[in-house]
Design a protein. Sequence first.
Length: 722
Amino acid sequence: MFKRKSTGSSYRLFSTNSSILHTHPNSSKTLPSYLCLRDSFILALQSGNTTSLLKSTSILTPSIVLDLLQQLKLTQKHQWNLQWNFVGFLIKNTNIKHTSESLGAMIHVAVRAGRIPDAQSLILRLVRRKGASRSEIVDALANARLYAVNPDSIGLVFDLLVRTYVQARKLREAVEAFRMVRLRRFYVSINACNSLLAGLARSEWLDLATEVFKEVVEMGVELNVYTLNIMINAYCKDRNFGKALCFLTEMEGKGLFSDTVTYNTLIDGYCREGMMEDALGLLKSMPDKGLAPNVLTYNAVFKGLCKIGKLETANNLFYCVVDSGELVPNIATYNVMLGGYCRVGDFNGAVRIYDEMASRGVVPDLVSFSSLILLHARKGDMKQALVFFKEMKVVGLIPDSVIYTMLIDGFCRVNLLSEALKLRHDMVENGCLLDVVTYNTILNGMCKERRLSDADKLFAEMVARGISPDYYTFSTLINGYCKVGNVDKALNLFDAMGQRNLQPDAVTYNILIDGFCKEGNKEQAMMLWDDMCCRKIAPNVVTYSILIDEYCSKGYVEEALSLWDEMVGKNITPSVVTYNSVIKGFCRSGNAAKAVDLLNRMTTDGIGPDRITYNTVINGFVREHNIPEAVALAKKMDRHSVTPDVFTYNVLLTAFCGEGRLDEAELFYKNMIEKGIEPNRSTFTTMINAYVAANNLKQAFRLQDQMLHRGFAPDDESFNLN
């Protein structure tokens, strides 16, 4: 006779001495009364009329539920339909309380009846019971099998327990349950093991996945190709490709052979890491294994090649396999290629792929159009971006907030805020909700155009609509107010940012420090520096460059060099901007020789001087009346592929004209024109005034004619010869 513990006492099912047969826990019902009640339940279930049972649900304790299931098992003579009718009735009546044992028995019945969703729902109720340990749950399910018509359902029940834990993302609990089932020597199918391994791999619990795999092997469960692929995927996620290949070889030695999915996983893993030689090597080896690459294989390879900038290789392979009929590209294939061309700004390549899609009858999707729209919007070609936007609607696609935001950003980039706001209106009209990214994009456009009052209104609207401003929202507004010199408002926004638990970073501090430096408030800038350090936010090269520039602009070169040493001491590499600030400081203090030494050091340190660097030093030498050094540096600038601009020539022209060396000035002027560098008003003013001072009105008139021809009207700074 099966004995069962319940709340500290034991009972025997159907024993006339059993307390649950003599009395209901909350009543004084006698054994005959209970037996009548039990018979009425069975008759109602046999007739299919469970409505009459609703009045009796209050007396259905877990013990009585177990007793009825056992009686139904005996009554049915190993037919399960009455048991299921009863369990179905219990499921619908959620007010009936259950123990782990009663739920376990119901789960077995549901599994035997093939009602897997109901069984899973019951398992969830079981595992969510307050205080129910994994051990209690496994024991309850193990013992409850005796209430089922077919006790062999235990294997399916434990499979379902593990899979339910995995689906609920309770992976530690799934592993515990698996190990307890194994400890009790019950069988877990390879499908349940695969589900557990896949869940662990998906969540990147790779060490635990490896442990569980070893335990699965020890159980003697027969592995299949799905197991192989799951473990290969786990090793690839861990970037342990050597282990993946060793594992593959080991499994093949045991007679478990790979399939296309295996190779796709390995190839995709290599591609994600930019290991394209390995990926292409595996691709070439597939036919030797009797495997044919499919569209997923090639899509991974194309994506990998595009990612590392080998677009030409991707293009050649694409047309090779497409033209040979080896690959019928799908929309994902075209989107990979399209994205590759768009990423490098190749308009012609992108349009060619787009046209080929149409010729093959592949309809572009939102991904296709977003790539094309983004390409043109970033380049400022809003006319073409709108062409694709319209084509998208023609093929029946509804633009989402991402597409609209791309277009809005494009218009803001080309300073067409009015067009961006029209799109925002269309977006709302078409039921497309603005998100924080869209608001941030418009705010950035408004700040660029210095429409801060409009930005404030938009910010208020954003908050009123329940969209929480993020770090970028505040950084954009802080930057906008600093640019217009309203650093107090910027500081208020900085405080508001903290009140919303948004943490500023080095970029936010840099904006404010730069703003206060430009306002001449070095004291507040240094207070922000101290606050930044107190919050353990490390100043970066930009922070140091801002303060170094501030010191150099004010003539405090020694203080700037002290900061420079501190920066280098923290292993922060100076940028070209940092070098330019110190070079400017040397030149302003009349020490162009030190400036040129620092310029040469830049080259030695592998930081290429830019046009600003050269122009600053050239101007420094001119201010010291050292024209030969200025000219030599201008020639060096040209040799190092740094193109002089109109400022470079104007500085040198001013130097020559100031010393009356007009022939040399004329040579530099002609050289400037030959190089395609357009003179500006300052160029003409300098030359004209110099010729007038030399009483050479003929040349002065010639230059004035050129000045007028190029659209520059004489002003107060230019000598009017008329």
